[in-house]
Design a protein around this ligand. Structure first.
Ligand SMILES: Cc1ncc(COP(=O)(O)O)c(C=O)c1O
Length: 353
């Protein structure tokens, strides 16, 4: 068994989406509420961080360092976990989602990359990073890897004992968390009279690939025969399915299995990436309103809004059979709803109809 700190609120609820299923008139829909995993509004990173923090503690680390977009849920949850377990935390944030004016300024003046930008756009996840006391280092999409490396080296040289948490928490350790999450879901289904067999499909947003790799590994470990469909948030299908299969193979190895996963068996749909990461359009907004008004469930603008939009479109197109069951795995992200950059577009929904 892999070492794990237990702080997630598990098992997360498995709930039927009755009103949404009826209005979409397709297969029966269920939701797995990983937006309620605990740790600063929950989300899929809580499960991964249980394993990553156990490893950080075992290595005697005192500082957690990771990277993500300005509104990264992964960074927010890492900052919260750091606070909870007494680590310092440094986040290397890229300019995705902050104004181009601020980003240009950061590029021109690298020395201003830290504190001067702390006060800009403190909304959504950024506000929470601030509350948790994380130190922020700004980077651009082009230099974030080198800035991450130099941030790590500086911290190490200062004797801060840094531990690098990978992008999205997605290495073999973080991904393993979702193999156990799949087992949790199977156990729940076997105790529910509505499930004569587990759901035919699991649908969810996929980006750094750790969640999908873990689910795919879990299917192998615990005998799930349904299909695991990642809706890509930002990456093309070939690149993402390769990343997922490599990660699943590495996670299998870590768990004592010699299974080699092939990318052609990984189901990724990249038709919904639109204008790219974090760029919300009408389809995500429609999905957010549908879940909110039919089920009282909040999706986020970047990940679950996009995945739900894809799932709804696929239902409309008859991709799923009516007698099938779909489990929408809600991976969290709710604080991004409160980011300034989305307010105007989100609130203009009713007037746009
Ligand atoms: C809310 C949310 N959903 C889904 C994902 C994607 O998960 P993964 O990076 O494991 O593919 C993320 C990643 O940051 C996320 O924040």
């Amino acid at each position: 068994m892999l070492a794990r700190l237990e702080f997630a609120h598990l098992p997360t609820l498995l709930e039927p989406l009755e009103r949404l299923s009826e209005v979409l008139d397709g297969p029966k829909l269920w939701v797995k509420r990983d937006d309620q995993t605990g740790l600063a509004f929950g989300g899929n990173k809580t499960r991964k961080l249980e394993f990553l923090l156990a490893d950080a503690q075992a290595q005697g680390a005192r500082t957690l360092i990771t990277r993500g977009a300005a509104q990264s849920n992964h960074c927010r949850q890492t900052a919260a976990a750091a606070a909870r377990f007494g680590f310092d935390c440094t986040l290397v944030l890229t300019d995705a989602g902050i104004s181009s004016k601020v980003a240009k300024h950061a590029e021109a003046s690298p020395q201003l990359r830290t504190d001067k930008f702390e006060s800009k756009d403190l909304s959504g996840n950024r506000l929470l990073d601030h509350l948790f006391g994380a130190k922020i280092v700004w980077a651009t999409a082009n230099d974030c890897e080198s800035i991450l490396t130099s941030t790590f080296n500086i911290s190490r040289d200062k004797g801060e004992h840094p531990y690098l948490i990978p992008y999205g928490g997605s290495n073999e350790l973080g991904a393993s968390a979702y193999a156990y999450a799949l087992k949790e879901m199977l156990d729940q289904c076997s105790g529910l009279s509505q499930f004569s067999s587990p759901p035919s499909w699991i649908v969810f947003p996929s980006s750094s690939g750790g969640t999908q790799a873990g689910l795919v590994l879990g299917a192998e470990m615990f005998g799930y025969a349904g299909r695991i469909l990642g809706i890509s948030v930002d990456e093309n299908r070939n690149a993402l399915s390769k990343r997922v299969s490599d990660l699943a193979t590495a996670a299998a190895d870590l768990n004592g299995l010699s299974t080699k996963f092939e990318s052609e068996n990984i189901l990724v749909n990249d038709h919904y990436v639109g204008d790219g990461y974090g760029v919300i359009s009408m389809v995500e907004r429609e999905a957010i309103y549908l879940f909110a008004r039919m089920e009282g469930i909040l999706l986020d603008p970047v990940y679950t809004g996009r995945a739900a939009a894809g799932m709804i479109d696929l239902i409309h197109k008859g991709f799923f059979k009516k007698e099938e069951t779909i489990l929408f795995w809600h991976t969290g992200g709710t604080p991004a709803l409160f980011a300034d950059q989305y307010r105007e577009f989100l609130t203009s929904y009713d007037s746009a109809k």
